[in-house]
Write a protein that binds this ligand. Structure first.
Ligand code: FAD
Length: 447
């Protein structure tokens, strides 16, 4: 019987931080102790060690997506380069993409510098065409990278033999390899970041929900914080806001697999693996030899509600376990030991942002790519607050607020309709072994 909590929480460092009691005055208050807030706080204190910085967290460090994710630290952006170029221009789009690539190494280097042991392994990512229907999409993605000047050392379509040398799924028809991806242990990273903030003189208060923000004042149940500047880093857990919707992503993890099973799967190094189907489906080989496997498809809840109980959706967890068995038959006897889920923030135009507010900035909207992007966005947020002329102030991440999602119940119908069409397209492709072009065109017309 699987336990209903993130695999990663087994390695939680157990540090408990006091809630805020009484009033406090700081230069910068950060709301939310996920990776965005903690990278921002770390950067502030690295640049100006004398700054008074407090991070206020409603639950505990890493309670949100940062402590639950799939551990892909990837240079992917949630939008395609075509879409991003339309929005910000070709050069700015490429700049952001190259910054996102560099953010992967930035995370690894910063973790190493702070002595954060987070099971880091940079072996790239591989989206496997496990059905001939996937090949056309992955080839088209490769062509789009080339159009934008990204070369084969960075991203390339690989033939079946090359893919099988990295990992052997039940069927392999090729795959899209991206060199800019590492895998890591999310909880070890986020716990380590909190310690890194504290070691630089910042404070982190857990069980301190910010209930209201008036100009320069944050209210929490047992104390008020006066802050010169405020960084809001609450992503999908920060309450309803029509600029993004909370999308649920769910995960399962197997027990540690014995060496003969790994030999058969041929997943010797820790390349991050995704399946080429339409519904986002991704996996990592963990440092302790498990498969941690995640995917979308859980329902969107009316009114953008986020609740602990939405983390468990039986049919989706079952589908993820089935997908492990389908892709890796050698692992079909492995027990599923953990099942969990969490919410991530999807902006209407799929663009992550750092937005200036009257009293500071708000940061987030990474869809499913926040592990490396939060490093870039968190640091950009810090420099926006410092207003110090840093080169990140030229980043296209620093942008005006994005468009709003449709009002309810249109939003509910639309998002769940898109999820259903995506599942249907996968079912059609798995039956016909041909791309479900028409169905996907209908879906994309609504995106
Ligand atoms: C299951 C899952 C798998 C994922 N897999 C990947 C992956 O493999 N790779 C990848 O790049 N991305 C992945 N993501 C996305 C990634 O985890 C997020 O984009 C990223 O962690 C967001 O970090 P954050 O700090 O902005 O937000 P969060 O980590 O969500 O942190 C926000 C914090 O704000 C706190 N908060 C909210 N409201 C308040 C308040 N009023 N007062 C005080 N505190 C408050 C919350 O408690 C929470 O701790 C995944 C997400 C999920 C859910």
């Amino acid at each position: 019987m699987a336990v209903a909590r993130p695999l990663w929480s087994e390695a939680c460092d157990g540090v408990r931080r006091p809630a805020l009691e009484g009033d406090l005055e700081v230069d910068v208050a950060v709301v939310g102790a996920g990776c965005s807030g903690l990278w921002a706080a770390r950067e502030l204190l690295s640049c100006v060690p004398s700054l008074r910085v407090a991070v206020l967290e409603a639950r505990e460090v890493g309670f949100g997506a940062s402590g639950r994710n799939g551990g892909w630290c990837s240079g992917d952006l949630p939008v395609t380069l075509d879409e991003l170029s339309d929005a910000v221009g070709r050069d700015a789009a490429l700049r952001l993409q190259l910054d996102a690539f560099a953010a992967v190494d930035g995370v690894g280097a910063a973790a190493a510098a702070d002595g954060i042991e987070c099971d880091w392994a940079k072996e790239g990512s591989l989206v496997v065409a496990s059905n001939p229907a996937h090949v056309e999409r992955l080839r088209a993605a490769e062509a789009a990278w080339r159009r934008h000047g990204v070369g084969p050392d960075d991203v390339r379509f690989e033939p079946p033999e090359a893919v099988a040398a990295r990992v052997r799924t039940a069927e392999v028809h090729g795959g899209l390899f991206n060199a800019h991806c590492a895998v890591l242990h999310p909880r070890k990273l986020v716990d380590g970041l909190a310690r890194a903030v504290e070691s630089r003189g910042g404070t982190v208060h857990e069980r301190t929900p910010v209930s209201a923000v008036a100009p320069g004042v944050l209210q929490s149940p047992r104390g008020r914080v006066r802050a010169g500047r405020i960084i809001r880093a609450t992503e999908a857990y920060g309450g309803r806001d029509r600029r993004f919707v909370p999308l649920y992503s769910l995960m399962v993890a197997t027990e540690p697999l014995p060496p003969p099973v790994w030999d058969e799967i041929g997943w010797a190094r820790r390349v991050a693996v995704a399946d080429g189907r339409n519904m986002v489906t991704y996996a990592q080989r963990t440092a302790d030899g498990r498969i941690a496997f995640g995917g979308r498809g859980a329902p969107y809840h009316l009114g953008s509600r986020v609740r602990d109980r939405y983390d468990a959706v039986r049919p989706v967890h079952r589908r993820l376990a089935d997908a492990i068995r389908d892709l890796f038959p050698a692992a079909s006897g492995a027990s599923i030991t953990h099942e969990w889920g969490g919410a991530l923030a999807a902006p209407r135009d799929w663009r992550a942002r750092v937005v200036r507010t009257g009293d500071g900035v708000a940061v987030g909207g990474y869809v499913g790519d926040g592990v490396a992007l939060s490093y870039l966005a968190g640091r950009t947020a810090a420099h926006a607050v410092l207003d110090d002329g840093h080169e990140l102030l030229g980043s296209p991440l620093l942008a005006a607020p994005g468009p709003r999602w449709e009002p309810e119940p249109l939003r509910w119908v639309g998002i769940n309709g898109l999820l259903a069409l995506t599942s249907l397209a996968d079912a059609v492709e798995s039956r016909t072994r041909r791309p479900a072009r028409r169905l996907l065109a209908v879906r994309d017309a609504f995106l």
